[in-house]
Write a protein that binds this ligand. Structure first.
Ligand code: PLP
Ligand code: LYS
Length: 433
């Protein structure tokens, strides 16, 4: 096989070949590797802004809010960029709340999701004044009410309902099937809403629904929406008014040959479906919580080949990034493109790209035709979402640095971790006498 580098990078045009060298914006990736070392996460500011504009266009003329699902990438520089652009945020922990507050984002545009909120997290979010708590159980409703009463506040709530819809994505990233831990079964929702109405610390404001991630078809959203709209009618008959619909289920991105849906097409289809019931689609605000589609193809993971090794079963390229840096292949058998930063001519045998960690599951890509030599740089694509945020320090490997490119400039947005920092909180017992 010969080296097939003609493929357009998943992050094009923000990542592109110029004179045979892969660039992020106007910066040649070898320059970044030399200055900052590898493994290195490289993000493109222009790509973040372009992805945001896709949503911005979809919002025009509609009563809608985009709350960035910041679990996908919570680097402060990424959050600040979206905050500047006017985004709201979808948070799932007190830690994520601290991050959005640290970048000066408007807490009035923050929705708090998650199945296991603790009392301290509820307190912090109430004090900050978040837009809504997406509550996932009756027990959580009771706890939230108590915490709110203690603080002398009222918590705005939506119930996250589980519509039991197949999002047609990887089973590990489905969230709206009845066997998933998320949400309240839609059949049980009216009772939970009646409980919410009766509790002194709560004010019902919306309905929330989330069906999964990396979705490439509109029909699962519409199936879920139908169930949500039936519920809204049922609640209205019960005297419970719903002011917003939080319609989750993250749009997919292109990892290999997927064809992503445009945010405008999704919102148009949603509006159409609401209109078909004779309801003004702008009467209730629609909230979206995209994560991956805002950041996934705005980043790559830059890594260097440490060794090439031919074994009986095949060839390995052992690189300096590993499953601790990018877990998705190990966890989901996820496919990420791998591009040579400076492609070579000639034979391109098939390699498994693996890391140095002591696990057979430590691989980043399998069976890739590449023409490689020791010391070459590779770019693992689509590494802007669920990548650095899922990194660990397994094998006492300090986590990678992150850099954001803006045109011809670049900014380190997270220093490389040090081994000393990894040991900093640890201590040993006194000698035994
Ligand atoms: C409640 C909730 N909101 C938002 C997201 C972000 O989803 P995605 O990255 O698929 O856009 C997720 C993840 O699936 C989620 O569970
Ligand atoms: N972490 C997952 C997605 C989970 C989305 C959050 N509910 C991924 O890498 O695809």
């Amino acid at each position: 096989m010969t080296n097939a580098v003609s493929a357009t990078p998943a992050g094009a045009p923000w990542f592109s070949y110029r004179q045979g060298v892969l660039h992020a914006g106007d910066v040649a990736l070898p320059k970044l590797a030399e200055a900052l070392g590898t493994p290195l996460y490289v993000y493109s500011r222009a790509a973040l802004r372009a992805a945001w504009q896709g949503y911005q266009r979809a919002l025009e003329g509609r009563n809608a809010l985009v709350c960035y699902g910041m679990k996908a990438n919570s680097n402060l520089a990424v959050l600040k960029e979206f905050a500047r652009l006017g985004a709201g945020f979808d948070i799932v922990s007190g830690g994520e709340l601290a991050r959005v507050l640290a970048v000066g984002a408007d807490p009035g545009k923050v929705v708090f999701s998650g199945v296991g909120k603790q009392a301290w997290e509820m307190r912090a979010a109430l004090e900050a004044g978040v837009l809504c708590f997406n509550v996932e159980s009756q027990a959580e409703l009771r706890r939230l009410s108590e915490v709110a009463v203690e603080l002398g506040r009222t918590a705005p709530v939506s119930l996250r309902v589980n519509p039991d819809v197949d999002p047609k994505t990887h089973p590990y990233i489905s969230t709206g099937l009845k066997e998933n831990k998320f949400g309240i079964a839609i059949a049980d929702a009216p009772e939970a809403y009646r409980l919410a109405r009766s509790l002194p610390g709560l004010a019902v404001v919306g309905v929330d629904c989330h069906i999964g991630s990396q979705i490439t078809e509109i029909s699962p959203y519409l199936d879920a929406l139908d169930k949500v709209l039936d519920l809204v009618e049922h609640l209205a008959a019960d005297g419970i008014e719903i002011r917003h619909l939080d319609l989750g289920g993250g749009l997919g991105i292109r990892y290999s040959d997927e064809i992503p849906l445009a945010p405008a097409d999704l919102l148009e289809a949603v509006h159409e479906r609401i209109r078909a019931r004779g309801i003004d689609p702008n009467a209730r605000r629609i909230i979206l919580e995209p994560g991956r589609s805002l950041v996934g193809n705005a980043g790559i993971l830059l890594t260097r080949v440490e060794y090439l090794k031919a074994a009986e079963a095949g060839r390995f390229a052992i690189v300096d990034a590993a499953m601790n840096d990018l877990l998705r292949p190990t966890l989901y058998e996820a496919w990420h493109g791998v591009l040579p930063v400076v492609p070579r001519e000639g034979e391109a045998p098939t390699y498994d790209i693996v890391g140095p960690i002591c696990e057979s599951g430590d691989w980043l890509a399998r069976g890739r035709p590449l023409s490689l030599e020791q010391g070459d740089l590779l770019a693992v694509e689509s590494a802007g979402a669920y990548a650095m945020v899922m990194a660990s320090q397994y094998n006492t490997r300090p986590r990678a640095a992150e850099v954001m490119v803006d045109g011809e400039r670049w900014y380190v947005v997270r220093e490389r971790e040090t081994v000393a920092a990894l040991m900093a909180g640890e201590s040993v017992l006194p000698d035994r006498r």
